[in-house]
Design a protein around this ligand. Structure first.
Ligand code: FBP
Length: 552
């Protein structure tokens, strides 16, 4: 492998473990906490998880290791979108496993959950794993979005485990993958298979968090990467003073990434999807809000600015989600073929007009034509509009442009509006993990092995007290069922881990809300610069503003 000098230097970085895991494997013992209950729908979740429900929360502490001495053969998978630090979870898991017994084995199933179903794997050794220490990406074994959720799939996994003598599986994934980890754990327990399942909380979106999980890994590095770029864009804007930059940032179902990036960079505008939904804001209202900032800045600061738009914004706009539902219905099944066969956009437009309600047509009509056409182009495997592919940064800049033209005609705006568009997503998902993510992920993996060693099943590797130095972090485990409730998904009641949306009464949003009026008009930009890996701890080791505010 050709490696950069930064990568060489990062190989030497020794991730920091929580104090209680630092004394060597023989000095780690379990401290039992209280029995747990699911966050909601307790009776239903208990009935669905008779073997794994209600177990105790646990933490590790310094003391004599009393775990059973048995050979461990562990399988690990990466599931879903990439997040910086995934390699370190596997490195931590591997190091703890080998430090416990050199004969223990770690299988890496390739390409996500499908690797487990297809029995496609590698067996890790020192030489292989050392190439991936403290590096970004998921290329160590690859990832995938196959869902592991049916009894048939579980039976295949059980056969694969039996074939290799696997004693435990570690699933590194987001809310859906960890929900499935809990169901798989219950399946193994119900079938007395002797295989344990442990989850690790991953996603750059930051929406896998709750009173137990302070943050998912990858969020720190990804938001630092986006903040560096937004800060650079702000400085360019403030230097040239001639462009308005519309920056869409990833985060499909929640606006944590947008909010954190705004807290770090103080842009003029940042939309928060959860607020848009709570206030039932229309496209026209959002447009007006942005145009007000553009007009006010034209009078004082100049014809430049920066607006952050969360990727999933349009789904939060009530009138837009109704429109999307109607379009999905309009093109359901064979109707999509009839639509696609229409030769011109005019004919397609007439088809759309005849199929939509008057309210949705009114929304459709105000969209720029490029966005109108996008709504009918890329569809997911179920035939639905792929909302995340809609270029919402262009949608809003176009609508602001029209709004400003009307203001100009009315004589209330005299500025010049030149928008530039950016989409920040993939740039952050495989960055070299920050020291925080390198430490956190290594600890999650190391800790996951200790949970295996002590016989836990259906637990999430939990490392908390994260706003403090790593020495003070608390390592332990939480039954995944504790985080579950029943939700309606695809027409069925399902036990799931609740997705964490931005809380409008939470401290991060409150801080943003208290400052945004000023940021909208004045130039208050902050330029965070690139992630630093070497140097003073206050520059290299601090985590997100979101976490700092939440824990303040
Ligand atoms: P996960 O929830 O699996 O971690 O992925 C989140 C995410 O990064 C979103 O922010 C983004 O919308 C999506 O993945 C993109 O997915 P893909 O890699 O399939 O294009």
């Amino acid at each position: 492998m050709n490696v950069s000098s930064l990568q060489k230097a990062r190989y030497q970085y020794q991730p920091k473990l929580p104090g209680m895991l630092r004394n060597g494997i023989s000095e780690i013992c379990v401290k039992n906490g209280a029995p747990t209950q699911s966050v909601d729908d307790q009776e239903k979740i208990k009935a669905l998880f008779p073997n794994t429900y209600g177990k105790n929360e646990i933490t590790f502490q310094k003391g004599s290791n009393t775990s059973e001495a048995k050979k461990q053969v562990v399988g690990v998978i990466l599931s879903g979108g990439q997040a910086p630090g995934g390699h370190n979870v596997i490195c931590g898991l591997y190091d703890a496993l080998k430090a416990t017994d050199k004969d223990n084995v770690l299988y890496g199933f390739k390409g996500g959950p499908s690797g487990l179903l297809e029995d496609s794997y590698i067996i890790f050794d020192d030489e292989y794993i050392n190439q991936y220490r403290n590096t970004g990406g998921f290329d160590i074994i690859g990832s995938g979005r196959t869902k592991l959720e049916t009894e048939e799939q579980f039976a295949v996994v059980a056969d694969v485990c039996k074939k290799h003598g696997i004693t435990a599986i570690v699933i590194i994934g987001g809310d859906d993958s960890n929900t499935n980890a809990a169901v798989l754990a219950e399946y193994f327990a119900a079938h007395n298979s002797g295989v344990q399942v442990i989850g690790c909380p991953k996603t750059i979106d930051g929406d896998l968090k709750n009173e137990d999980i302070e943050c998912s890994f990858g969020f720190d590095t990804a938001t630092k990467t986006y903040s560096e770029i937004v800060g650079n864009i702000e400085r360019d804007a403030n230097s040239a003073k001639k462009y308005w930059h519309f920056v869409k940032v990833m985060g499909r179902s929640a606006s944590h990434v947008a909010l954190e990036t705004a807290l770090q960079t103080q842009p003029n505008i940042c939309l928060i999807g959860e607020e848009v939904a709570a206030k039932k804001m229309s496209l026209a209202q959002i447009t007006d809000y942005i145009a007000d900032s553009v007009a006010a800045r034209a009078e004082s600061a100049g014809n430049f600015g920066v607006a952050i738009i969360p990727e999933g914004i349009v789904e939060f706009v009530p009138e837009f989600s109704v429109l999307i539902a109607e379009i999905n219905e309009l093109l359901a099944g064979k109707k999509a073929d009839a639509f696609n066969e229409l030769p011109s956009w005019n004919e397609k437009y007439a088809f759309i007009k005849a199929g939509l309600t008057a309210e949705s047509m009114a929304v459709f009509e105000i969209l720029p034509q490029a966005i109108q056409q996008q709504l009918f182009l890329d569809r997911d495997p179920h035939g639905n509009v792929q909302v995340s592919l809609i270029e919402s940064e262009k949608l809003f800049s176009e609508m602001v442009k029209e709004n400003l033209a009307a203001r100009k005609a009315a004589g209330t705006y005299k500025g010049k509006f030149s928008p530039i568009h950016h989409f920040l997503g993939y740039e952050g998902r495989c960055a070299f993990p920050s020291n925080f993510d390198a430490d956190y992920c290594y600890s999650l993996g190391y800790n996951a092995f200790m949970l295996i060693q002590y016989g836990f099943n259906g637990y999430l590797s939990k490392v908390s007290n994260l706003s403090k130095p790593a020495e003070e972090w608390v390592a332990g485990g939480m039954p995944i069922t504790k985080m579950m409730n029943i939700e309606r998904r695809h027409g069925h009641d399902k036990p799931v881990i609740r997705k964490a949306l931005v809380e409008l009464d939470g401290k991060p949003f409150k801080f943003f809300e208290a400052n945004r009026e000023k940021w909208a008009v004045k130039t208050c930009y902050v330029y965070p610069g690139a992630i630093q890996y070497f140097g003073p701890s206050e520059v290299c080791d601090t985590t997100t503003k979101t976490l700092a505010l939440e824990k303040a």
